[in-house]
Design a binder for this molecule. Structure first.
Ligand code: F6P
Length: 332
């Protein structure tokens, strides 16, 4: 294999740049040419590629986002589009591909691999919703960012004895809400994987306020519903009609996706980037780098795509034992 292409696709995640750097450095070390494909899969169709020189890789290890830029490429949704992408890769002289992204991006990677393009995927999504890997690139930085922001919110929550409803990202996954509820000491995590019990939530918040005039933090995953809608449902469930305690809403939004990657995400990016290239050079294809029991490995994309990642039993037990209310025992 003489030329390897690397692209980032879907929502950016802190740690993508360290992964790009590791792909490029490892490829160079193995005497391969490496090109960056700009703007996700769109860059394949548009022939938007660039040589990844030492210069372009300088000073990217500590930068969030992705220097290659990203997109959600609609052209990859159809079989004809994937065929066209494959043909375009051949024209561009790219013999192997590293795709860094989330579920949708890795679905495209699998389709290309099925048509004969050697492809290795790298899981990157702050949602941590990819089956088959304990962690994806970006999750650690995002959870740290959320935790620090919740710490700040708690200062004002304490001062006013308020309840804060904090909406975090996670389209189909409650990982960010549940993990940061534990690390921030929140009372409730509302996540899409479990049916919430509004009666329990309301009585818990009421009790905290009545008994110690205390503040409370409720972490809400965006995949459940918007914060305004959830607050209305909370109010409706209060026996008297209205919460005695003041409630404020904070929607954290895209600040969760940006920022300097943590040590963990830089290491994960480096480990996954290096392994992806070594895998391609050993004729591995149609697979994804993964973290399993703390070790990196390659896993077939057929075992990943279309599978729902459920919260790990240990984290659920931890939440229960630490009294984070996250719903009935009914898993959805
Ligand atoms: O998949 C990552 C993610 O950040 C989700 O948590 C969120 O729902 C989505 O991307 C937002 O996407 P966009 O930046 O395109 O609005």
């Amino acid at each position: 294999m003489k030329t390897i292409g690397v692209l980032t696709s879907g929502g950016d995640a802190p740690g993508m740049n360290p992964a790009i750097r590791a792909v490029a450095r490892t490829a160079a070390q193995q005497n391969c040419r490496v090109v960056g494909i700009n703007n996700g899969y769109d860059g394949i169709f548009d022939g938007n590629i660039e040589e990844l020189s030492n210069r372009s890789l300088a000073s990217i290890i500590d930068r969030g986002g992705t220097i290659l830029q990203s997109s959600r490429c609609k052209r990859m949704y159809s079989p004809e589009g994937v065929d066209a992408a494959r043909a375009r890769l051949v024209e561009l002289g790219i013999q192997g591909l590293v795709v860094i992204g989330g579920d949708g991006s890795l679905t495209g990677a699998r389709e290309l691999a099925r048509r004969g393009t050697p492809v290795v995927g790298i899981p990157a999504s702050i949602d941590n919703d990819l089956f088959g890997t304990e962690m994806a690139i970006g999750v650690d930085t995002a959870t740290n960012t959320i935790m620090q922001l919740v710490d700040r919110i708690r200062d004002t929550a304490r001062s006013h004895r308020r309840c804060f409803l904090i909406e975090v990202m996670g389209r189909n996954s409650g990982y960010l809400a549940l993990a940061t509820a534990i690390s921030s000491g929140a009372s409730v995590a509302v996540i899409p994987e479990f049916r919430y019990n509004m009666e329990n939530i309301v009585s818990l918040l009421h009790k905290r306020y009545e008994e110690y005039r205390g503040n409370s933090i409720v972490m809400l995953a965006e995949g459940v519903c918007g914060a305004e809608a959830f607050m209305e449902r909370m109010q409706e469930a209060v026996p008297g009609g209205e919460f005695e305690q003041e409630i404020r809403i904070t929607v954290l939004g895209h600040v969760q996706r940006g920022g300097v990657p943590t040590h963990f995400d830089r290491m994960l990016g480096a480990r996954f980037g290096e392994l992806a290239v070594m895998g391609l050079l050993q004729q591995e294809t149609g697979c994804m780098t993964a973290l399993a029991k703390g070790r990196t490995t390659l896993i077939d994309l057929d075992q990943v795509i279309g599978k729902k990642k459920h919260p790990a039993p240990e984290i659920l037990r931890l939440a229960r034992n630490l009294k984070v209310e996250f719903g009935d025992t009914v898993e959805l």
